[in-house]
Design a binder for this molecule. Structure first.
Ligand code: ADE
Length: 239
């Protein structure tokens, strides 16, 4: 059963997300385990300050290495106390490798993950050097902190765990699973605001339906995401 820990200055924000909806229900049922930890609890100064001015000058503040390090050491201890191996440690930074479904599948195979969130202008590079197995960015834009990024990673990894979705099919037919975008979906009514459902979906002919969906997937990917389409052609040996 997979465990994910998040080290952050905003544990309530992360916890709120992880205890709701599909992920929250899976945790209550014992299919996964999540824990959010307050980095500030590990400061050693009276003001509980977690950041300081950057060496070399510049604007903004930099998170100190020590509280992040001590928080992570305590999390590692708690994980190992459960009889688990040391967690795989991922730092959320805008300078990390860009995240995609392949990363999600790979991260989903670890016994546990420790996701570390920075805030302000960044964190002291030395704590990343000391602890990180990898650094991940969720996209080419800058967030005010790593919290949303860590939740994106946690959500995309945890939904791949057994028991979280109703059935494995739930994710195997979705966008990005096989490198293509998902085909369009429809539900009742048959005609809505003058728009009819594609007739093939009402035919009951499963081979035709599968063929139509496959064709829609390929067409959509070609039109919307030529980058994914080229990669898919290569992978399928059609390039
Ligand atoms: N922290 C700030 N921006 C980020 C991004 N794009 N991905 C991950 N962590 C971040």
């Amino acid at each position: 059963m997979m465990r994910i820990d998040i080290a952050t200055l905003f544990p309530e924000m992360c916890d709120r997300f992880l205890t709701e909806s599909i992920i929250g229900r899976a945790a209550k049922r014992g299919y996964i385990e999540t824990h959010c930890h307050q980095i500030r609890d590990y400061t050693l100064n009276k003001q509980k300050q977690t950041d300081d001015y950057p060496y070399g000058g510049g604007c903004g503040m930099v998170m100190n290495a020590q509280p992040i390090y001590d928080c992570c050491q305590e999390i590692i201890r708690q994980v190992q106390e459960q009889g688990r191996p040391r967690p795989h440690i991922v730092f959320m930074t805008a300078a990390g490798a860009r995240y995609n479904e392949e990363h999600a599948k790979r991260l989903a195979s670890y016994d546990s993950l420790l996701l570390v969130c920075g805030h302000y202008e960044g964190m002291d590079e030395r704590v990343i050097e000391a602890l990180a197995d990898e650094e991940i960015s969720i996209g080419d834009y800058v967030l005010t902190g790593g919290e949303l990024a860590s939740l994106v990673v946690a959500d995309s990894v945890l939904r791949l765990q057994p028991g979280v979705l109703a059935e494995a099919k739930g994710y195997q037919e979705e966008s990005h699973w096989n490198g293509l975008l998902e085909y369009p979906q429809y539900t009742r009514p048959e005609v809505w605001e003058g728009r009819a459902v594609p007739p093939v979906l009402l035919s009951g002919h499963h081979a035709n339906i599968d063929a139509w969906r496959a064709e829609q997937s390929v067409e959509r990917t070609k039109n919307r995401r030529p980058d994914l389409y080229e990669a898919w052609l290569k992978k399928e040996g059609k390039g």
